[in-house]
Design a protein around this ligand. Structure first.
Ligand SMILES: NC(=O)C1=CN([C@@H]2O[C@H](COP(=O)(O)OP(=O)(O)OC[C@H]3O[C@@H](n4cnc5c(N)ncnc54)[C@H](OP(=O)(O)O)[C@@H]3O)[C@@H](O)[C@H]2O)[C@@H](O)CC1
Ligand SMILES: [K+]
Length: 511
């Protein structure tokens, strides 16, 4: 499933109309009919609908919804916001079809003074004011209509997107509809995955409108949702007679005297995610503690300085040998020795190198080496670490997650796993996949260490892009399974996530 901006949606609509030959009025009929069907299925015919309609094609969808609901016997009141003369094209056509079906609309401005009272007698407000065609700040009279609707307690369902919310960005410094549900057309929009705009959408459901998949080849951007189907379809099963070497040799360089837990979590997650051999490199005094938690791993003791790892090149060279992937970062602390270690691994390690947590802070100094590296490099920053890497604020990163991840991946030739709600995986090619699993239970120290271990295990035995996106999926999916069982998100711990990985992985039935 693709994720699009308003401009992209408009260009695919235009290609469908002009090159494929499917008229816009048919797409609008499909859209309105699909939405009406969802409304009837969800709320039933006995509910009272109040549809507010704007002047563009989103309003045109509203006329189709109103007609189909009325045809089905539902109680529907229809109000238009602009002057009647503003309608043109497909919206004008469907306004006429609505009228010629024997149905009537009223002007919003004529009922404005009584409408809060009218709405007490209404169950559901359908918002067909503005869609993907909005530009700039919401103007009057739309701004006042939106503000009035938001004050009510009625259930609000938006068509395509909540009116006022831009489709492709989080630029929102004006009033926008706060929907309970959004029935979005054909594909979800970028702003649904951005922290600032997501809450406006409420629950989201996708309504196909009959755009042929073939038209997608005209889309330059490649943003996808990575869901259960993608995980299952891309998963490479272990051979029935596999031996442990076939399942990947994974190295985890993690932990310092004060932070043994990060190494235990990352190592344990790698083991639970199916790594054939997991070797944890850490400081000597940590080994008994970590080994009591991760019995299946092997241990390498690196030289240290004041309780922090400071391996020699010989130690690093020996550790790299035979490994398909190495993750470095969790619990290491930011030391000059870490920068040297990261630089050495970037140059000499020929497998997949995953840089996380403290190791990310070395990247700014190692930029040119990263660009020269031919083996895959993966970085797993949270928004704060991403902001540090590009010298921007966290809020800038949150508002521009897609662009930030994509441009860093392309510039440095790395795979960026930008964490947060709806974690993004950006490939150096510009392809982006977005995760839809996970919940607030993951917002805890240690949760990132678990993901790092999972990533290290999966990239060692699967193709890199599906491995990254699927690791993120399983991490969130385990949290969702826990949420279903316990309901209290705050009580979910990273160790619980690791324990629930077998259940999460069961969707790929890898036995
Ligand atoms: N055939 C198709 O293409 C299909 C499209 N589809 C549907 O169409 C939607 C996109 O339609 P669209 O492009 O007509 O834009 P849309 O969001 O309805 O509104 C644009 C109008 O709003 C106004 N306006 C703009 N900015 C404003 C502002 N800041 N503040 C206030 N008003 C503002 C401006 O009106 P004006 O002021 O010029 O009267 C402008 O004309 C899409 O989301 C989907 O629902 C589906 O039916 C499938 C087929
Ligand atoms: K809308």
């Amino acid at each position: 499933m693709r994720i699009v901006t308003g401009e992209e949606m408009a260009s695919i609509d235009a290609i469908t109309m002009n090159k494929v030959g499917l008229p816009g009025a048919v797409l609008m009929e499909n859209a309105g009919r699909g939405i009406a069907r969802k409304l009837l299925d969800h709320y039933g015919r006995k509910r009272r609908f109040f549809i507010v309609i704007g002047s563009g094609n989103n309003g045109g969808d509203g006329f189709v919804v109103a007609r189909v609901l009325k045809d089905e016997g539902a109680e529907v009141q229809v109000f238009i916001v602009p002057e009647e003369s503003r309608y043109k094209g497909d919206a004008k056509l469907h306004k006429r079809v609505f009228e010629q079906s024997g149905y009537r609309w009223k002007y919003w401005k004529d009922i404005e003074s009584q409408w809060p009272a009218m709405l007490y007698e209404t169950d559901i407000i359908v918002d067909a004011l503005l869609g993907t065609g909005i530009s700039g700040q919401v103007k009057e009279p739309y701004a006042s209509v939106i503000a009035s609707i938001n004050k009510l307690k009625n259930e609000i369902v938006s068509i395509d997107l909540p009116s006022g919310v831009p489709a492709g960005s989080a630029e929102l410094n004006h009033e926008a509809i706060k929907a309970d549900r959004t029935l979005t057309l054909q594909w979800t929009k970028v702003s649904y995955y951005l922290e600032e705009t997501k809450p406006y959408y409420g629950e989201v459901d996708v309504v196909p409108i009959g755009i042929p998949p073939n038209t997608l080849r005209h889309l330059a951007s490649q943003r996808y949702i990575w869901g259960k189907n993608e995980v299952v379809n891309s998963w490479v099963m272990s051979k029935p007679n596999a031996h442990k070497g076939d399942n990947g040799r994974v190295g985890i360089i993690a932990g310092s005297e004060a932070m043994p837990g990060a190494a235990a979590l990352a190592g344990s997650a790698a083991v639970r995610s199916g790594a054939g051999f997991t070797t944890i490199a850490t400081v000597a005094q940590n080994v008994p503690v970590i080994a009591s938690h991760v019995k299946e791993a092997m241990y390498t003791i690196f030289s240290e300085k004041h309780g922090y790892l400071a391996p020699t090149e010989t130690e690093l060279a020996a550790f790299m040998d035979n490994k398909q992937s190495i993750a470095v970062g969790p619990g290491l602390g930011r030391t000059p020795a870490l920068t040297k270690m990261v630089a050495y691994l970037l140059v000499h390690f020929k497998g997949v190198l995953i840089l996380d947590a403290d190791a990310l802070h070395c990247l700014k100094e190692c930029g040119p080496i990263v660009q020269e590296r031919t083996a895959p490099t993966v970085i797993t920053p949270h928004p704060g670490e991403m902001a540090m890497l590009i010298d921007q604020s966290v809020s800038y990163v949150n508002k521009n997650r897609f662009e930030v991840a994509e441009s860093y991946a392309e510039q440095y030739g790395v795979y960026v796993v930008l964490k947060g709600p709806n974690t993004i995986v950006a490939e150096p090619s510009g392809c982006i996949s977005v995760n839809v699993t996970g919940n607030a239970g993951l917002a805890k120290g240690g949760s990132g260490d678990v993901l790092t271990g999972m990533v290290a295990a999966l990239v060692a035995r699967q193709r890199i892009q599906p491995a990254l996106s699927s690791a993120v999926f399983f991490h969130g999916y385990a949290a969702d399974l826990l949420a279903k069982q316990r309901h209290v998100l705050a009580t979910i711990t990273p160790s619980d996530i690791i324990e629930h990985l077998p259940e999460a992985f069961s969707i790929v039935d890898d036995d």
